[in-house]
Design a protein around this ligand. Sequence first.
Ligand SMILES: Cc1cc2nc3c(=O)[nH]c(=O)nc-3n(C[C@H](O)[C@H](O)[C@H](O)COP(=O)(O)O)c2cc1C
Length: 167
Amino acid sequence: MNKIGIFFGSSTGNTTVAAEKIAAQLGNADLHDVGEGVSSADFEGYDYLILGTSTWGCGDLQDDWETTLPELQKADLSGKTVALFGLGDSSSYSDTFVSAMGKIYDVLKQKDVSLVGQVDSSDYSYDDSEALVNGKFVGLALDEDNESSKTDERIKGWVESIRESMK
Ligand SMILES: Cc1cc2nc3c(=O)[nH]c(=O)nc-3n(C[C@H](O)[C@H](O)[C@H](O)COP(=O)(O)O)c2cc1C
């Protein structure tokens, strides 16, 4: 079975917990906190990548991703399969809900990768997001601030939707 690399950035722990749940559900994934330092070679070491970020400021990347995104930009990701997940607050930050996921997507869309795990946005209540493409979120959106009771079910359904693409 091929290994999957989950790379996540988290400021108060919510994205860490989500990454751990995704890893547990997949069963064959390595976890990397981008705050511990990640290089382009680390991304290149996996055929399958799952990238997770929370959103801060007003639609900004989580801090550790600010320094890590240039490494992703430099990496040769040709032929890789990639999925995204993002944590946000759809009530207090309704105009920029999970927008940081869109910033990672902007790097990926210039690359020869196959993006999987886009999510229908109709299950969420928010005003706007940079992570929307053709009416879908570019990855799994999670809201621990307002909808934590939905998180486990959302993760379960999403992991099942990407599993076949990652083996
Ligand atoms: C100061 C501040 C700014 C935030 N800005 C946004 C935002 O623009 N969009 C959003 O969806 N969530 C925003 N959030 C919510 C966080 O992304 C959310 O709480 C997330 O679960 C934090 O995950 P982490 O603990 O992994 O960093 C903000 C939270 C705070 C405290």
